[in-house]
Design a protein around this ligand. Structure first.
Ligand SMILES: Nc1ncnc2c1ncn2[C@@H]1O[C@H](COP(=O)(O)OP(=O)(O)OP(=O)(O)O)[C@@H](O)[C@H]1O
Length: 307
């Protein structure tokens, strides 16, 4: 199964150019789309989820007939064949609106009817399996209004997984979750990737480093870098340098060095600099995915690093 996104552009009526000629090939498994607020992630996710159309470009879901679970097709045009792709699509939006007075089990049963599970007995089995998988079985009789943020997100996953989708779109799922709920949620997602294309959009670098075998970094509607996280980290070895500085020095150093990030550490300011040559009074840094992200945001990949 592959999702092929080709030359997608989108401009909103207010003139915001949210996506600029985006091309990505997304294979089976978890794929991370990483970028800051306003980068264009949700716009891309809504296009993939058939809720919005691009101005230009195409999106195709390509797989064997059996993998797509649909007779007679091995390619679906996601933009034009919305009804067809919706049969195999699961979407967890950034804000999952719930009906606070409904009990989880009843609402999931209702969504299952909408998804086409018309036989009561098999529907009951599907609903039970999903409530167990998302660890909500014990609280299935509770009203959704009383659920925590993490429980609501897991309920959203249960809804998104109805019908065993081959294309799963998950938009910023961990924002607002406490650390324990976040780990539980990521563990749940990590089980899903094997037979489906799962795209996870996030502004949290750790979500990608913990889960995704491939990723793209997006900013201002453009893909800055597309890579396997581990290879991208490897590619930065020997090129990231750090130094503790006085905050007052920052302005001057910005003119001298290619500073990719500035952080506070125990009240001191630490800068990370990208340089292919060693820098005298800087310490070498063992790079991580955050350095990859900031290197991309600083525009380095377009100029120097070849992946
Ligand atoms: N319906 C809309 N009308 C006009 N502009 C929009 C609309 N939706 C999004 N935008 C703008 O398009 C750009 C991309 O927004 P988008 O929501 O896709 O980004 P994002 O990466 O998902 O960010 P966030 O994490 O903040 O949701 C932003 O500048 C945003 O203000």
């Amino acid at each position: 199964m592959t999702l092929q996104i080709t030359n997608i552009s989108k401009t909103y009526p207010n003139g915001v150019h949210a996506l600029k000629n985006v091309t990505l090939t997304v294979p089976n498994g978890m794929y991370g789309l990483l970028g800051p607020n306003g980068a264009g992630k949700s716009t891309l996710m809504r296009i993939l989820a058939t809720l919005q159309e691009p101005d230009e470009g195409t999106v195709h879901l390509i797989g064997s007939k059996s993998a797509l679970d649909l007779q007679h097709v091995n390619v679906i045009d996601v933009v034009k064949e919305k009804d067809l792709v919706r049969k195999t699509l699961g979407y967890l939006p950034q804000e999952f609106g719930v009906y606070p007075k409904s009990k989880a089990e009843d609402l999931l049963d209702y969504f299952a009817i909408l998804k086409g599970f018309s036989q009561r007995k098999s529907r009951k089995q599907v609903v039970e399996a999903l409530l167990r998988k998302t660890n909500l079985w014990d609280v299935r009789k509770q009203k959704l209004g009383g659920y925590s943020g993490g429980m609501r997100q897991r309920f959203g996953v249960a809804v998104a997984l109805l019908g065993n989708p081959r294309l799963l779109i998950v938009d910023e799922p961990t924002a607002g979750l406490d650390p324990a709920e976040r780990v539980r949620f990521l563990n749940l997602l990590s089980e899903l990737g094997e037979n489906s294309v799962v795209i996870l959009s996030t502004h949290i670098v750790e979500d990608v480093s913990e889960l995704c075998a491939r990723m793209a970094i997006i900013n201002k509607g453009e893909i800055l870098h597309e890579a396997e996280p581990l290879k991208a980290i490897e590619g930065l070895k020997g090129k990231i340098w750090r130094k503790m500085i006085q905050k007052s020095e920052l302005h001057k150093l910005e003119h001298e060095y290619n500073i990719i990030s500035t952080k506070l550490l125990s009240g001191r300011t630490v800068i990370h600099v990208y340089s292919e040559e060693s820098l005298g009074d800087f310490e070498p840094v063992q790079p991580n995915l955050e350095d990859v992200y900031f290197t991309a945001m600083a525009g380095q990949y377009q100029q120097h690093v070849q992946q």
